[in-house]
Design a protein around this ligand. Structure first.
Ligand code: NDP
Ligand SMILES: O=C(O)C1=N[C@H](C(=O)O)C[C@H](O)C1
Length: 256
């Protein structure tokens, strides 16, 4: 049995992860961490991560940026693998993630779904061809009205995937209302929409002369992220220290 601590267990994502693990034959939730400290399932829930002294193999995190520093410190202290799914981390926090990965196995991804990770590959093929032909690139993301960070971690992940294949030539533009000039060729626009219960939608628009290509991913339920995180946890448990990617977990033969 792979023993999992769910960080943010009472949140929207934590509850979905918890539900899937309760049906698993080879993985189990052994503890949860959530500011509320409310126990909803069979495992104990701690409001302070350092109060949790339950033996485990891996932490699955869907919580809050405010909780990330203590999560990393706890993982390092207890020598626990971490699947880090919280988005909106600062540059300093991303550096601390890298530092921690020198000591523990760590997989961080802004999107755990197979679909988005496949879109990344498509973009890396399409972007060099279309950008060289003069196409402008814009990303539009849509999420529910409870989401705190904007733009989404996935929008940035997609933009970075494109930019890496283009020698980092793009400058990201988030708010055109402040720009009173025509669009520059090296701009990559990123726009965020927030409303209702939209689970997650990402559209990458390649706009050329007289033709437009749109690559769009729509999440209809949170289980695609939860299943991806559980697959990542299964992949990560027992590995040596280092940074791993969702692509590593998807290509692994340790399936859920
Ligand atoms: N990588 C991916 O594929 C995905 C990433 N996400 C990201 O995951 C994160 C969580 O999303 P979601 O579940 O919708 O958010 P929620 O706000 O529903 O859940 C987060 C939970 O974490 C709790 N929490 C807040 N601070 C702490 C803390 N210091 N210690 C422990 N628990 C804490 C919250 O408690 P309280 O409500 O009381 O503050 C809440 O119960 C977001 O950053 C989101 O962007 C989401 C979906 C997919
Ligand atoms: O907060 C969410 O809900 C989501 N967050 C992630 C992000 O910021 O990209 C992933 C997914 O789109 C849902």
């Amino acid at each position: 049995m792979i023993r999992v601590i769910i960080h943010g267990c009472n949140g929207r994502m934590g509850r979905v992860v918890s539900g899937i693990l309760s049906e698993s034959n080879d993985m189990e939730a052994v503890a949860g961490i959530d500011v509320t400290g409310v126990q909803r399932d069979t495992y104990p829930v701690y409001s302070d991560i350092f109060e949790c002294d339950v033996e485990a193999d891996v932490i699955i995190d869907f919580a809050s940026v405010a909780a990330v520093d203590r999560l990393l410190a706890y993982g390092v202290e207890k020598n626990l693998a971490i699947v880090l799914c919280t988005t909106g981390l600062s540059e300093d926090q991303n550096n601390r993630v890298k530092e921690a990965s020198g000591k523990i196995p760590l997989l961080k991804s802004a999107n755990m779904s197979l679909g988005i990770n496949t879109v990344v590959k498509l973009l890396q093929q399409a972007a060099p061809v279309l950008a060289d032909a003069g196409f402008d690139i814009e990303i539009v993301e849509k999420h529910h009205n409870q989401k705190k960070d904007a733009p989404s971690g996935t929008a940035l992940l997609l933009a970075d995937a494109i930019n890496e294949t283009m020698n980092d030539k793009y400058e990201y533009v988030y708010d055109r209302s402040k720009v009173n000039e025509k669009r520059g060729k090296n701009e990559l626009g990123i726009s965020a929409v927030r409303g209702g219960s939209i689970v997650g939608e990402h559209e990458v628009i390649f706009a050329g002369l007289d033709e437009v290509i749109e690559i769009k991913h729509t999440a209809f339920s949170r289980s695609i992220f939860a299943n991806g995180a559980i697959q990542a946890a299964k992949f990560l448990a027992g590995r040596s220290a280092g940074v791993y990617s969702m692509a590593d977990a998807i290509n692994s033969d340790r399936k859920i």
